[in-house]
Design a protein around this ligand. Structure first.
Ligand SMILES: *[C@@H]1O[C@H](CO)[C@@H](O)[C@H](O)[C@H]1NC(C)=O
Ligand SMILES: *[C@@H]1O[C@H](CO)[C@@H](O)[C@H](O)[C@H]1NC(C)=O
Ligand SMILES: *[C@@H]1O[C@H](CO)[C@@H](O)[C@H](O)[C@H]1NC(C)=O
Ligand SMILES: *[C@@H]1O[C@H](CO)[C@@H](O)[C@H](O)[C@H]1NC(C)=O
Ligand SMILES: *[C@@H]1O[C@H](CO)[C@@H](O)[C@H](O)[C@H]1NC(C)=O
Ligand SMILES: *[C@@H]1O[C@H](CO)[C@@H](O)[C@H](O)[C@H]1NC(C)=O
Length: 933
């Protein structure tokens, strides 16, 4: 007992002592700090501050007598132990104003001053040098103007100086050379002029020197070679001239050297071969001449070697093939000659290989078929000869291949059919012969194909019908013969079709009427005969048509499209059109034609009806309820029938689906969405579809409008959008039939710790790209644009290769959910753009916001939650992979890391609370796809 009392009194004594010690160390707030705080309040009063700003914590000291308040509760303020302000951090606070009333003379102890990412404007006052203890100064991303005050040179302690992305003009003051401790100096993206002062060579601690995007002129000073600690030197996008000083070869710590877009001339200095740490060497768009220095092959860590747009001559060094980490190699637009080295086949990390617009000769080495990672290969506009190596078929990642304007001979290898990723293929302007291989039809993603100006013969293969994405097709100036295949009508996205200057024969197929996106059609200089199909009147208005120099006969159909068409030099054609002779019976015809046309129309419709009826017979016979009398058209209007629309291979019918799902048994359900339950239905062994059974009553009342919408949606084909095959309706059930995707929803994968490990960074970035592409397509390439309104990870499905496909596109629109209830049904909480809380105006920018959430979620592996709302207050460098990346998988390699960064910065832009400031999906998609050099 006594012992216990003893110990508690000890404890009491001890606590008292502690209290006394604590009290004595509470800062003694001098009147100076009160003065500082009052002065800051005056400055605050001069600013425009957004509502709900955290700056509201800067309350007047009259309201609180405690002098410690600025140090303890003011947002962005940190004091030293004397209660004097040491740190002022107001980054990303939406502030608008100037520094005119900033109390420079009072804040003697300020060491850290950050106003970045606000709307500050006006000059940086020379009094800034009074902040003599300043170590860190960040004014970046504002609209400061005027010059950099030379007085800044007196701030001897500065280590970080960020003035980038403002409107600052005038020269870089010589006085900046005084900063012995400066490690980072960024003044890029301003209007800085004059030359780079040689005094910068005194900044021996400098790591980063970022001067790009200004109007700097004159020479690069030799003294920069003294900056032994420099890791990043970027002077790109200026007007620097003269030759590059060889002293830059002394910058042995350098990782990045960027001289892009200046007027630098002379040879590339041999000494650059000493920069052993270099990963990026970018010198494109200058006037460099001479040959590629052989010393560059020592730069064994290089990932980017960009020498394009110069005047380099001589051969391409075969030793470049030893730079095994290269991902981007561009030698385009120079005067390089000689052969393409076969050693390039060893550059197995290469994504982009550009050698176009040079004077290269000799064959394309078959070794290039080993470049497994290659996505872009261009060697057009050279003097390459020989034939195209069949090994190219092994380049299954290749998306863009341009071999045009060379002297290639031989046939197009049938192995091209293996290049399944191909989007853009040009072999134009060579001497290729033989037929267009049937296998080319297997490149189903093709968007652009140019085989013009060759000697191709034979017929146009019917396999062209598989190019569902193609929008530009040019087969002109060849020796193609026979008729134009009717499969041409399947290329519904074509905007330009050029088959001119061939030997094509027979009638123009009436299927051309399906080409509803067409803007330009050139069939001139062929041997086409028969009459111009009447369906030409169905082509889009304003289309540019050239049918001249053929053997067409009969009457030109009455259509405004023919008023300006080139149609002359068809001896047997007549009509009231310039360049064509008037028909003898023009006036008579005017009376007879309407009847005549109508008759043909009725016969045609009956025929079409009969054919379609035959196709759907199986379905119709199974159910005899229907009361169709006239076989004019498969009628959409008769609601309650089994089949309404199906763009499918025919045999899919209501009872097939009922059977395949065991009458919509729970066991076949693969998920539930806002509109209904989704089932997997295996109709035949290799024919699996997803069937979405709509909640009863969710189908809209305007049946015809609904069917038109479905029809429009079934016509959409894009590799990042789940294909809608059709729609089926019955008194008991209505359902939509979709493409089935093996890997299920992105949501189910991200939620699973096991499955999410399979999604590496490369796949994740690719998923974000895919979603961006799909949305960009719907917003910008569909007319009218289609808004999804419910983008979330639950609506993004993955195929076996983890490529993203957006599902439920247009469903919300289809079901005409009126504005009062759509947020309840269509939007998913956590993905809805904030403006929808007070306005019901749904536009593309709502999808952009939801996309931002999804992009962030893919990187983080979980929903970003509150992070989204706090984004505006977070520093611009908070959203980096280290802070947010999904820790269930290893951090990104340096190869993908940049892309992860890019995704994060785009996500941030998309999550801007102001819809007007969000980028468009087109911009996002372009940014993700951009091929820089
Ligand atoms: C003054 O501020 C301090 C610290 O924030 C607080 O504890 C105190 O209640 C305030 N006093 C008044 C009168 O508002
Ligand atoms: C900032 O304030 C100025 C002057 O009050 C005004 O002209 C300008 O539009 C504002 N800028 C922004 C971005 O709000
Ligand atoms: C800084 O550089 C300039 C020009 O290169 C030189 O004249 C000057 O002596 C240097 N100053 C210091 C302090 O080293
Ligand atoms: C590449 O293509 C050639 C010819 O098409 C073929 O013989 C060879 O096996 C392929 N090589 C690889 C590694 O796929
Ligand atoms: C030909 O077209 C012009 C302009 O559309 C019209 O004025 C003229 O009457 C037409 N001639 C005949 C013979 O139809
Ligand atoms: C500045 O403030 C932002 C948030 O307002 C914070 O994220 C950042 O870490 C701060 N910077 C420093 C160096 O304290």
């Amino acid at each position: 007992m006594a012992k216990q009392i003893m110990s508690s009194s000890y404890l009491l004594f001890f606590s008292l002592a502690l209290l006394i010690i604590t009290l004595s160390t509470i800062p003694n707030f001098a009147s100076a700090s009160l003065e500082e705080a009052n002065a800051l309040l005056k400055w605050k009063a001069s600013l425009e501050i957004p509502k709900n700003s955290l700056l509201s914590s800067w309350i007047s000291l009259a309201l609180n007598s405690s002098a410690s308040v600025p140090c303890t509760s003011w947002f962005g303020v940190v004091c030293n132990s004397d209660g004097s302000i040491q740190k002022l951090n107001l980054t990303s606070s939406g502030l608008n104003g100037t520094l005119h009333r900033f109390p420079f003379s009072l804040l003697q102890n300020l060491m850290h001053f950050d106003l970045s990412v606000n709307n500050f404007f006006g000059p940086i006052p020379p009094e800034i040098h009074l902040l003599s203890k300043l170590v860190y100064l960040d004014f970046s991303e504002n609209t400061f103007s005027g010059v950099i005050p030379p007085e800044i040179g007196n701030m001897h302690q500065l280590t970080i100086l960020y003035l980038h992305s403002n409107n600052i003009s005038g020269p870089i003051p010589i006085e900046l050379g005084n900063f012995k401790s400066l490690t980072d100096f960024k003044v890029n993206n301003n209007q800085i002029s004059g030359s780079i002062p040689s005094s910068l060579g005194n900044l021996t601690s400098l790591n980063v020197l970022s001067l790009y995007g200004n109007h700097l002129s004159g020479l690069i000073p030799i003294e920069l070679g003294n900056l032994k600690s420099l890791t990043n030197l970027d002077v790109s996008d200026n007007q620097l001239s003269g030759s590059v000083p060889s002293s830059l070869g002394d910058l042995t710590s350098l990782n990045i050297l960027n001289l892009f877009q200046n007027q630098l001339s002379g040879p590339i200095p041999t000494e650059l071969g000493n920069l052993m740490s270099l990963t990026h060497l970018v010198v494109c768009k200058n006037q460099f001449n001479g040959s590629i220095p052989s010393s560059l092959v020592n730069l064994s860590n290089l990932q980017w070697l960009i020498l394009s747009f110069n005047k380099l001559s001589g051969p391409i060094l075969s030793e470049i093939g030893k730079l095994k980490y290269l991902t981007h190699l561009s030698l385009r637009t120079n005067h390089l000659s000689g052969f393409i080295p076969s050693s390039f086949g060893d550059l197995t990390s290469l994504n982009q290989l550009y050698m176009h617009e040079n004077e290269l000769v000799g064959p394309i080495p078959s070794e290039l078929g080993k470049l497994k990672s290659l996505t872009d290969f261009k060697v057009n506009n050279n003097k390459i000869s020989g034939s195209i190596p069949p090994e190219f078929g092994n380049l299954t990642q290749l998306q863009r291949l341009d071999l045009s304007s060379n002297n290639l001979v031989g046939e197009i290898p049938k192995e091209f059919g293996k290049m399944k990723s191909m989007l853009d293929l040009s072999l134009a302007g060579n001497r290729l012969s033989g037929v267009i291989p049937l296998e080319l039809g297997f490149c189903e993603l093709l968007e652009v194909l140019d085989l013009s100006k060759n000697r191709l013969n034979g017929s146009i293969p019917t396999s062209i019908g598989q190019w569902a994405q193609i929008h530009y097709l040019n087969l002109s100036n060849n020796m193609l013969s026979e008729k134009i295949p009717s499969e041409i009508g399947k290329l519904v996205h074509l905007t330009e079709l050029d088959l001119s200057h061939n030997f094509l024969m027979k009638e123009i197929p009436s299927e051309v009427q399906s080409l509803q996106s067409l803007q330009k059609l050139n069939l001139s200089h062929n041997r086409l005969s028969g009459s111009i199909p009447d369906v030409f009147t169905n082509l889009p208005r304003g289309i540019d048509i050239n049918l001249s120099y053929n053997e067409l006969s009969g009457i030109v159909p009455l259509s405004t499209n023919f008023v300006n068409a080139s149609i002359g030099s068809n001896p047997d054609l007549c009509g009231n059109i310039t360049g064509v002779k008037l028909c003898p019976s023009q006036i008579m015809k005017k009376k007879n034609d309407p009847y005549h046309h109508k008759l043909i129309l009725v016969i045609m419709l009956s025929l079409i009806g009969a054919v379609l009826l035959g196709v759907f017979m199986y379905g119709f016979i199974a159910y005899q309820h229907q009361k169709k009398n006239s076989p004019q058209k498969p009628s959409d209007e008769e609601s309650g029938d089994y089949f309404s629309i199906i763009s499918f291979d025919g045999a899919v019918v209501y009872d097939d689906i009922l059977e395949a799902t065991n009458n919509f048994d729970e066991a076949y359900s693969i998920g539930t969405g806002g509109y209904g339950t989704v089932y997997k239905a295996e109709l035949q062994p290799n024919n699996v579809v997803a069937v979405k059974k709509l909640h009863s009553g969710s189908e809209n009342v305007d049946h015809n409008g609904f069917l038109n919408e479905v029809r429009a949606l079934t016509n959409i084909r894009h590799r990042n959008i789940v294909k809608l095959y059709g729609y089926c309706s019955h008194v008991r059930h209505s359902f939509l039939i979709y493409e089935y995707l093996e890997n299920g929803s992105l949501g189910s994968i991200l939620r699973s710790d096991v499955l999410s490990k399979e999604l590496d960074w490369f796949k994740r970035v690719n998923i974000v790209k895919g979603v961006a592409n799909g949305l960009a397509y719907m917003h910008h390439d569909c007319s009218p644009p289609i808004i999804h309104r419910d983008i979330s990870i639950a609506n993004i499905l993955l195929d076996s290769k983890c490529e993203a496909h957006i599902s439920d596109f247009g469903t919300s629109k289809l079901l005409k959910l009126d504005s009062s209830n759509w947020t309840a049904i269509a939007g998913t909480y956590g993905y809805i753009a904030p403006e929808l809380a007070f306005t019901m105006v749904v536009n593309e920018k709502c999808d952009v916001y939801s996309f931002g959430v999804v992009a962030l979620e893919v990187i983080m592996g979980k929903h970003p939650g509150d992070l989204i709302t706090s984004l505006p207050t977070l520093a611009s460098d908070y959203l980096v992979p280290e802070n947010v990346e999904d820790s269930r998988i290893p951090p990104p390699s340096s190869q993908v890391e940049k892309q992860v960064w890019l995704v994060l910065s785009l996500a941030r832009a998309c999550l801007n609370s102001n819809p007007l400031e969000r980028p468009t999906m087109q911009q996002v998609s372009n940014r993700l796809m951009k091929d820089l050099f």
